[in-house]
Ligand binder design. Structure first.
Ligand code: AMP
Length: 290
């Protein structure tokens, strides 16, 4: 496994692989790797060689009052895990390599980026699309792997890839959860004591939604209410939003008879967490994947 810190070296290695007509896979991450990240890498290993994992805590996707400086950085443990999985290249550019003095360009997917997560975190998606476009330009992957955990992000990146005629094909992988249902997140390390237990309210809320739908509830407003009430009745958890949106437009869904997402964001103490469930019609019934 090779650790690469410069853009020119990363471009060279990826170019060599492409010349040999190999399927280049990219897994972008911010490090502090957990089972969610590792599942994307395992999927990449099945389909690609070489597999390139980037680790870059992207300053542009953090707001001024967010956790950029205290975001967990665990490079030694990450390196070990990646080595064990048989990753070929780890791309770890320093911030000044990605954003040298005088850097001025950003890319922004209009509309999709300003609601839900974009509304709660202004500028977040502009930072994400800018860094992912840069990574795509540097690596020019055939396949790029993302988690459904960040469903809105995946939708926005798919739009960017289509609009800008990027060759990279996006693969969106399922959400990986702890045994008690909490979705793996690098931010879970912030949860202290009782907060860790309270944080399962997000998963319990999605499970309540699934139960309601399985029992035949089809009214979107009542389903949202069912999700909200689980979060609001959990002490120590503050709901940011609970919505059901059309999977394509990310606008409020009017019906469950089109693919949609139930999306949640909540604060547990000082830690902001997100989660979601995929809702898909399947013949006469509705499938909910948490
Ligand atoms: P991050 O390091 O948080 O930027 O995440 C890197 C990638 O891992 C993104 O595509 C995330 O959607 C994905 N990811 C994060 N958490 C999970 C999870 N629990 N299950 C599946 N994928 C995840």
């Amino acid at each position: 496994m090779e650790i690469i810190r410069t853009i020119s070296w990363m471009k060279q290695a990826a170019r060599n692989a492409r010349r040999q007509e190999r399927v280049v896979g990219l897994v972008p991450t911010m490090g502090a790797l957990h089972e969610g990240h590792l599942s994307l890498i395992r999927e990449a290993k099945k389909k690609c060689s070489p597999v390139i994992v980037s680790i870059f805590v992207n300053p542009k996707q953090f707001g001024p009052n967010e956790d950029f400086s205290k975001y967990p950085r665990t490079f030694e443990a990450d390196r070990k895990a990646l080595e064990e999985l048989g990753v070929d290249y780890v791309f770890v550019p320093p911030p000044e390599e990605m954003y040298p003095a005088g850097f001025r360009t950003s890319v922004m997917v209009e509309g999709l980026s300003d609601r839900l997560e974009g509304r709660s975190r202004p500028g977040h998606f502009r930072g994400v699309t800018t860094v992912v476009l840069k990574l795509f330009e540097i690596v020019q992957p055939n396949l790029a792997f993302f988690g459904r955990k960040d469903a809105q992000q995946a939708r926005i990146l798919r739009q960017m890839a289509a609009d800008l005629d990027l060759d990279a094909q996006l693969v969106v992988c399922p959400i990986v959860r702890e045994p008690d249902g909490l979705a793996f997140s690098s931010r879970n390390v912030y949860l202290k004591g009782e907060e860790r237990r309270s944080a399962t309210a997000l998963y319990r809320s999605l499970e309540a939604l699934r139960r309601e739908i399985t029992a035949g509830e089809r009214d979107v407003a009542r389903l949202i209410e069912a999700m909200r009430s689980v979060i609001q009745s959990q002490q120590g958890v503050t709901l940011d939003y609970a919505e059901i949106v059309d999977a394509d437009a990310f606008e409020p869904a009017a019906t469950l008879w089109k693919p949609s997402y139930a999306l949640l964001a909540a604060r547990v103490g000082a830690t902001r967490l997100i989660d979601n469930a995929l809702i898909e019609p399947e013949g006469e019934s509705i499938r909910v994947t948490v």
